[in-house]
Design a protein around this ligand. Sequence first.
Ligand code: 6R9
Length: 670
Amino acid sequence: MPSEQSPLFYPDLALSKNAYVSSSAEYQQMYKKSIENPEEFWGEIARQFHWETPIDSDKFFRYNFDLTKGPIFNKWLDGATTNISYNLLDRNIRNGHGDKIAYYWEGNHPDDYSRLTYKKLLEEVCRFANVLKSLGVKKGDRVAIYMPMILEAVITLLACTRIGAVHSLVFAGFSSDSFAERITDCEARIIVTADGVWRGEKLLQLKSICDQAMAKCAQEGHNVQHCIVVSHLERVTSPSGSQRHSNRTPMTEGRDIWWQDVVPQASTSCYPEWMQAEDPLFMLYTSGSTGKPKGVLHTTAGYLLYAATTFKYVFDYKLNDVYWCTADIGWITGHSYVVYGPLANAATSVLFEGTPFYPDNDRFWAVIDKYKVTQFYTAPTAIRALMKFGEQIVKKHNLSTLKVMGSVGEPINPEAWLWYYKVVGHEKASIVDTFWQTETGGHVLTTLPGALPMKPGAAGFPFFGVQPVLLDENGKEIKGEGEGYLVFSRPWPGLMRTLYGSHDRYEVTYFSKFPGYYCTGDGARRDADGYLWVTGRVDDMLNVSGHLMSTAEIESVLTEHEHVSEAAVVAKPHPVKGECLYCFITLSEQGTYNEALLKELKTHVRERIGPFAQPDVIQNAPALPKTRSGKIMRRILRKVAVNDREVGDISTLAETGVVEQLFAMRPPNA
Ligand code: 6R9
């Protein structure tokens, strides 16, 4: 494990000099203020935004993190009213940024690109807001979204915020089953999607997935009233050349509406709905360790402050910079750092529809070169995948504009960090390894690019207002060097407020393990220099290419198969994906372990959850290692997965012979 012996990498002097925060001392000073005087710290930031009803300083923030003292709550700027789209668009236009580019859109095919200014974005947002209104969408209603990386996706999110509707975006890589479950859970009556999208050379028929999802919802008694469909395929270039794809998806009369039939004629002005600071802004599902997804709910004022402030300081964004986050808008990174954070800072961003590998493996570098990107934000899994193609392909492009490069989604291994730093960033750009979660709304641990030296693999230090604590199993604080559960002892504005429709589950999941603390579910160690190293999940969660999923959700899908009586899933380290799924299945008497069964199971997981969840290995396990109380010992399964016979103490197992049997039965390709 890397440690305090790791080399320190200092920020480039010129970058440091011009940065918002230029030194460790300056960071310490600001951090201290944010902890000791949050009203003043966040109040100064809040004053840069528009409040229709002013902030009541008596209600600046309130919280309870201790279940023994009553319900858990966390409120910021209660009583103030505002509208997010107004702050992101109208306010920036009033400040003279109307003609500034909000997004450069870069299509899957390099021939397809466009751009949108702040002024035009506001017009489009108003148009679509008016369409939603005309379909009866009101403040507080949920709108489910299943969209690719196109400008209409951003427009849809902001149109919801314009009228106070709560958006619930589902990553367009989830299966129809997963989408249906999420539509029903949030009771959305309106869906927004596109007919389809090219991802590399693959065509994804998004609207047919929505059709299947809507049919499933109907079976559950939930009827979707309208599905608005962007006609996208016929305006883009297909991989086979310039011919357009005009195979239009079937539309259900009375329910389905083409975006292009209703949006262009709608009015370009729409008065914003003034929202209470604590009114819901959006929900976003994340995997829960019981298997049922959790609808993480973020509210208005606090989220705005936090997304805006983290974006500004962590990427050190200046007005002429061009910023690019490669995350899909279906994930929290896309919400906070493709949409809300950048727009709150009047930033110019790249919105990229494609993949790093199309038309060639240098697409990321080509796009950075094309738009002269200054801040680039991606995931370790992408870096590891691109490292394989060597340095030459990177060097073909001019990447000298890069100042800050971010990493997110999982711990970054030092090897990938060094490659990113040396080959992509020319040892000049600072790396920010941002640790955070869907639940935290924005970055909570990172270094600031001009202020603090970096250590490859360490997330670093808390962002302003964030107070991390390491606890041991008994809840005792580990001060100084050491490793433990990563928890937070006080709220910051962007921390989620509840799980949609299930405040009990919210309290139990995040606040019951250690009274008084928000529990991340990750472990971390603090080194002698105070750097925090996130070591990964301590609960039953898996992180495959930055996609978080629970063992329980995969296991329950595997056991849906009539011949699988029991399943246990563990993470196995993977050179590109970070982790991959290693599954153990116990078959029923009728079942036979063969190629056909493995194929069926893999397809089933893809269909029920999504392609990203496909198992890499499925091993036959006549029995699973269990304690006498029947608890599966995943610790042992993780050893089997990596073929490490140092399994440690197995005396608590009901049957010790199981372990040897599992090692003997490892599939040859595992
Ligand atoms: C933003 C996002 C959250 C989980 C989190 C942790 C892992 C994210 C990380 C990281 C180490 C980093 N994670 N960033 N681990 N270093 N820089 O990814 O949200 O999808 O909710 O995942 O991802 O395990 O708990 P989300």
